[in-house]
Design a protein around this ligand. Structure first.
Ligand SMILES: *Cc1c(COP(=O)(O)O)cnc(C)c1O
Length: 467
């Protein structure tokens, strides 16, 4: 075929200025990367909530299938991804890595900005990376039904989809403020066949107890987790699935970083800064942990930055202590950065970031000085998301806006210093189900929340005394 001159020029220009680094399908990772294998110091063990002694696999057996319990404590560096899981991944993986050239131009920065885009999954976020794996292992071990919590509905819709793929029933407790703010996510879960209740609900003892005390509560992830755990603990055919925080969830997300390492090599660049937003820590860990492994082995010097909302700042303001994962204290105690399990975060629109604690593994690497943490206010997050959308055409999820805002901050700092800097961030999902929050933002109805110091102090005063 013969090309006219302008077409030839365009083709040449794209080759010189590529914006996408496509990996072939056979490069979908065959193994997940387990950071536990490379930690310079081991993590503190989870403790039984009654005896305060380290728990064993049998303590978790009512809640999780054995394969996931083993992954939770495994120190094997590479863990094989089962073929049926890889087969589902192939629908949207490898996910694209883009260079944000138009955003760089808009910011007039010498920095290069790359982003890994997880919004290409059918549910619109990174969450199916673990939902599919969890549904698969449950199916293999004979589970009939999964019970879970969801904040904004990203996790609930991902698990509902995965349950539909593997023939499991799915019950979702959705944080009430999100249940009201995000009816389309609920509709999506129901379309996939899940049953959804606003949490706290009257269906569980935990829910009823909280409603009796706080009838107008907006709910929280901690409460919704209590409800789902209660249901799973009481029914031998039901198990529990968690969308973040646990080691095995972070493990499943490492496909993101493993692919990104190859794609950055295609781009001929090494990141100087890696950025991810943190609710429970899973999308951040997914991108960052494979790089942290390299950092521990002296193969990467990248700074790694976790970004959380100023209204729910567990990593930056919460002490590193043993605490419960849920409000009603049904879960084991884990050592993590926490604002206190009874803390109910303000109703920010980034529902996926409204969790009182942080993944123990992310907390641990912060303690070891391997990562940094920072915060972003709600209005700055939305302003960044809008700027990103105008430059790149993708409207991020409110959670992902926090990563966008921090990446822009890094790019502007590079400009102020007159230095180059290669930034890589995780765009964890799109915001197409979060349009009400954008409507409210554009109408000037969103506000920044002050750091809720008093409520946090109260919740922290109630921390269990272990140590
Ligand atoms: C759930 C969610 C988050 C927060 O959860 P992590 O486990 O911290 O990743 C961030 N972004 C999106 C799009 C989400 O759906």
């Amino acid at each position: 075929m013969r090309h006219s001159r302008p077409q030839l020029c365009a083709a040449k220009m794209l080759r010189m200025n590529p914006i996408q680094f496509p990996l072939p399908q056979e490069r979908i990772p065959r193994t997940w990367y387990n950071l536990l294998a490379d930690l310079p110091e081991p993590m503190a063990p989870p403790l039984h909530p009654g005896t305060l002694q380290p728990i064993g696999p049998e303590d978790l057996a009512p809640l999780f299938p054995m394969a996931l319990i083993q992954q939770e404590v495994s120190t094997q560096r590479e863990i094989e991804i089962p073929d049926p899981v890889r087969q589902v991944y192939a629908q949207w993986r490898p996910s694209p890595l883009f260079r944000a050239r138009r955003l760089e131009k808009a910011l007039d920065t010498p920095a290069k900005i790359y982003y890994k885009y997880e919004g290409v999954s059918p549910a619109g976020s990174h969450k199916p990376n673990t939902a599919v794996a969890q549904a698969y292992y449950n199916k293999v071990e004979g589970t009939k039904r999964l019970a879970t919590e969801t904040g904004a509905g990203q996790w609930g819709s991902s698990l509902a989809m995965a349950c539909a793929f593997f023939g499991l029933e799915c019950k979702v407790y959705m944080v009430r403020v999100s249940y009201n703010q995000k009816p389309y996510r609920r509709a999506l879960m129901e379309a996939f066949g899940a049953t959804v209740a606003a949490s706290p609900s009257t269906e569980t003892e935990c829910g009823r107890a909280i409603l009796a005390e706080h009838p107008d509560t907006p709910g929280s992830l901690g409460i919704a987790i209590s409800e789902a755990v209660e249901v799973a603990a009481k029914d031998p055919e039901t198990k529990y699935a968690l969308g973040s925080v646990l080691n095995h969830v972070l493990l499943h997300q490492t496909v993101i970083g493993l692919e990104a390492i190859e794609q950055m090599a295609m781009a001929g660049d090494e990141p100087d800064v890696i950025v991810g937003c943190t609710g429970g820590g899973s999308n951040f860990a997914g991108l960052a942990f494979p790089y942290l492994g390299r950092k521990i082995h002296g193969q990467s010097k990248a700074r790694v930055v976790a970004v959380e909302p100023a209204a729910c700042p567990s990593l930056t303001k919460g002490p590193f202590r043993y605490d419960f994962g849920d409000t009603s204290h049904l879960t084991p105690l884990v050592k993590m950065h926490t604002l206190g399990s009874t803390f109910i975060p303000p109703g920010i629109h980034a529902g996926g970031l409204r969790y009182h604690g942080m993944a123990p593994l992310v907390s641990h690497v912060l303690e070891l000085g391997l990562i940094e943490a920072t915060t972003v206010q709600q209005l700055d997050a939305f302003a960044a998301g809008i700027q990103f959308a105008r430059a790149e055409g993708i409207l991020p999820a409110p959670e992902a806006n926090h990563a966008v805002a921090a990446a822009i901050r890094e790019a502007l700092a590079a400009k102020a210093e007159g230095r180059e800097r290669t930034i890589l961030f995780n765009l964890s999902g799109h915001g197409h189900f979060d349009m009400q929050s954008y409507i409210d933002y554009q109408a000037g109805k969103l506000e920044n929340f002050e750091y809720p110091a008093e409520e946090i102090a109260m919740a922290l005063a109630g921390l269990p005394s272990v140590e």
